[in-house]
Design a protein around this ligand. Structure first.
Ligand SMILES: [Zn+2]
Length: 439
């Protein structure tokens, strides 16, 4: 028996190897230097504070943003800064999305039935609301809307729209500055279309199946691109081309059979971890490609800095403005985890990936802390992750592995990953299978 019938939760984290300094608020009016780990404060917004839009196109691979298949996404990239080496915070939607809002690793406290109060009040929408933003969102019929805690993420005052199109039609009704986040343009139906669990590591599908999968994915990217393009047209028509920061990204990528994985869920190879990240707006140069490795957990600190809002102290992502103003970021380390089944760590060009013994056979979830199969890749020489260097470079493998397992061990008990029966139904509906950690 393989992973079929079991959802496996993936987490990706990104953190600096040392505590990063509080990011500077670049181009922001009177930005406080202190962190926001404190009681609510008066609004900081001014008439020049930018509006903020995040377009989270679910399951969007980094290589999907090209003129032929996604002209609107490519045009947006040409109008702003594109980060060409961006890793999502997870291999599936919930932890990927919440890490985006939390600006920090998708660890166990982001995955339970309820996000702990102190953390929930420090998600990006809550911070934006506290400091004077008017929050709106859309996520349609997605997995996120089914989460029992979802209503609290955006706050009682937030306005919701059924679709991105509907939001675009009502932009003029939003008080400024506004923060709008869209997540309703997802590509998830692919998972059900080929009747493969996102958590399934299977015998490599036939080339015909893989080709069909890629073709359907391309069609859905085109559909998402059209929706985003129409929204951007509406945004411009509402007079917000020059006063609004627009961020395009995704909560994870998608696999087409490489390394034996289809869809997303367990896989921690680069096809799932690498996603687009584009930022356009006031103060952001146009047509700039930045190759420095960044993460989606950097989005929240970047937007807070741009808005003059102090960054919550526990956000370990870094504001990205220095990368287009001549500065640099602290040294980065990226972590990924899959419900205590798979994990990865990226340090520079070295990537460590671990799975339990048998590497995809009937291995109980929650056993990651037991001996695991280990892969070590040099991403610079081997971007396709085809050559395992673990035996050839045992010291590197051991060092990365010790650090990775230390990170895993410091998290909450896997018990906190349990989900309600209702949410498990939603997981199945959206192409995932449920899991009971530790069983
Ligand atoms: Zn997703």
């Amino acid at each position: 028996m393989r992973y079929r019938g079991r959802m496996v939760v993936l987490l990706l984290a990104c953190a600096s190897t040392s505590a990063p300094p509080p990011p500077a608020a670049i181009g922001a009016p009177s930005a406080p230097a202190a962190s926001a780990d404190a009681a609510p404060r008066p609004p900081l917004t001014t008439p020049t504070t930018p509006n903020v839009v995040i377009l989270d196109v679910d399951s969007l691979r980094d290589d999907a943003v090209e003129p032929h298949g996604a002209p609107a996404l490519a045009r947006l990239a040409a109008e702003g800064v594109r980060f060409t080496t961006t890793r999502a915070a997870a291999g599936w939607t919930l932890p990927g999305f919440l890490s985006l809002l939390a600006g920090r690793p998708a660890e166990a406290d982001l995955l339970g039935e309820r996000i702990p109060e102190p953390l929930r009040d420090r998600l990006l929408p809550a911070l934006m609301t506290t400091y004077g933003y008017h929050v709106a969102y859309t996520w349609g019929d997605t997995l996120l809307a089914s989460h029992p805690d979802a209503g609290a993420w955006f706050g009682a005052e937030a306005r919701s729209f059924p679709t991105l199109t509907d939001a675009g039609a009502h932009l003029g009704e939003l008080s400024e500055p506004f923060f709008f986040l869209a997540h309703d343009v997802d590509l998830h139906p692919l998972d059900r279309r080929v009747e493969l669990s996102g958590a399934a590591r299977l015998e490599l599908p036939s080339e015909a199946v893989r080709a069909e999968y890629r073709s359907e994915y391309a069609s859905n990217v085109a559909r998402a691109d059209a929706a985003v393009g129409a929204f951007l047209t509406a945004l411009d028509a509402a007079g917000h081309h020059d006063d609004t920061l627009v961020v395009l990204t995704s909560d994870h990528g998608e696999s087409f059979g490489d390394h034996g994985w289809m869809g997303h869920g367990v896989n921690l190879h680069e096809d799932v971890l690498r996603v687009p990240l584009v930022i356009r707006g006031p103060g952001v140069p146009a047509g700039r490609n930045i190759t420095t490795a960044v993460g989606t957990i950097d989005v929240a600190p970047t937007l807070l800095a741009a808005s003059g809002i102090p960054v919550y102290a526990k956000m370990t992502g870094q504001a990205l403005q220095p990368l287009w103003t001549g500065g640099a970021l602290s040294e980065r380390t990226f972590y990924a985890q899959s419900n205590a089944v798979a994990a990865a760590r990226v340090e520079g060009d070295l990537k460590l990936l671990v799975l339990p013994p048998e590497c995809g056979d009937d291995t109980p979830a929650g056993t990651l802390r037991k001996p695991a199969c280990t892969w070590l890749f040099d991403l610079a020489a081997d971007p396709g992750e085809t050559t395992n260097l673990a035996a050839a470079r045992p010291d590197d493998a051991r060092r990365l592995r010790d650090d990775l397992f230390g990170w895993l061990g410091a998290q909450s008990d896997p018990e906190s990953l349990r989900q309600s029966q209702e949410f498990k139904k939603a997981l199945r509906k959206h192409g995932y299978f449920d899991a009971e950690p530790g069983k």
